[in-house]
Ligand binder design. Structure first.
Ligand SMILES: C[S@@+](CC[C@H](N)C(=O)[O-])C[C@H]1O[C@@H](n2cnc3c(N)ncnc32)[C@H](O)[C@@H]1O
Length: 275
């Protein structure tokens, strides 16, 4: 089951009978509750890049919901195409959902042996398998450093190149073996493959560029005094959000939420108001 992160804190920002955009509808955890709060006169435009989640969302048949299968990096065009106006607030809940980890079978988690895909949308052509089997050493090393902040980036990239000369790296477990050979054993709170998996996911889905574009366009389409609310899960995302707003305020999950939902551990909600 997907438990929406910082739900109570997001809902406190939502005003009855106003229009909102949920740029990352996912499994509808936030979207459904926002709708409850804005009805009867408010409408929710929701965007979801993943075709499977989009189809699931349509099946929910929620009154007041306009669901769009696209990327939030096109939010300005989407708003024009749907004639959506008077926008009071825009929510971004970044990254992936429980669905991706537990059900999608696309290699998002290093705990399951699955094909190395990692795409949110099957319309995109780049996969994690292509990166590890076709990219140059320097380019692999760069994404591991930049998107994974992985200190063994070079060693892992070299290990990937060595392995693929013998046999294509096809699955998550193939990749784990390759990383294991490169990283010295150490007791650590996070799994040794976490940073590599994060880097590949960000690269495959162009996540940081999309976020920057999404924020810039969101600001333009928002009403004056409207709010942009962003839930981020790692420092690379939060840095972009923090730099984008001249002024923003930060809300962290309560201890109780962290206790009940592992996903909330690293979550941050940052809110910026359009002046
Ligand atoms: C953290 S989940 C959202 C969860 C949702 N708030 C809920 O409570 O169910 C993030 C979602 O954003 C989607 N996504 C990722 N990049 C996107 C993009 N560029 N445009 C639109 N959706 C995107 C993912 O497919 C995923 O479903």
């Amino acid at each position: 089951m997907h438990i929406p992160v910082l739900k109570k804190e997001v809902l406190e920002q939502i005003e009855k009978n106003n229009n909102y955009i949920d740029t990352t509808f996912g499994q509808g955890g936030h979207g459904k509750e926002i709708l409850q709060k804005i009805l009867p006169k408010g409408k929710l435009l929701a965007i979801e890049r993943d075709e499977v989640l989009y189809q699931q969302g349509l099946k929910m048949r929620l009154p007041g919901l306009i669901l769009y299968n696209d990327s939030y990096s096109r939010i300005k065009e989407i708003v024009q195409e749907t004639n959506f106006v008077n926008i009071t607030g825009i929510l971004f809940d970044l990254g992936f959902c429980t669905f991706h980890i537990k059900e999608s079978k696309r290699g998002f988690s290093f705990l399951n042996d699955e094909s190395l895909d990692m795409r949110y949308s099957s319309k995109d052509s780049l996969t994690a398998k292509k990166i590890v089997n076709q990219w140059r050493l320097e380019d692999i090393e760069k994404i591991l450093k930049d998107y994974g902040e992985e200190k063994y980036a070079k060693k892992i990239a070299l290990s990937i190149i060595k392995q693929r000369k013998e046999k294509e790296i096809q699955t998550t477990f193939d990749l784990i073996q390759v990383i294991k050979k490169a990283v010295p054993y150490q007791k650590s709170k996070i799994h040794f493959a976490t940073r590599t998996f994060q880097a590949l996911r960000i690269a495959v889905n162009n996540e940081l560029d999309n976020l920057q574009k999404g924020l810039e366009q969101a600001y333009k389409i928002l009403d004056k005094k409207g709010k942009i609310m962003v839930i981020s899960f790692h420092s690379l995302e939060d840095r972009i959000v923090k730099n984008f707003f001249k002024k923003s305020y930060l809300i962290l999950p309560s201890q109780e939420e962290i206790k009940n939902n592992k996903l909330a551990r690293s979550a941050k909600l940052r809110i910026g108001i359009k002046t």
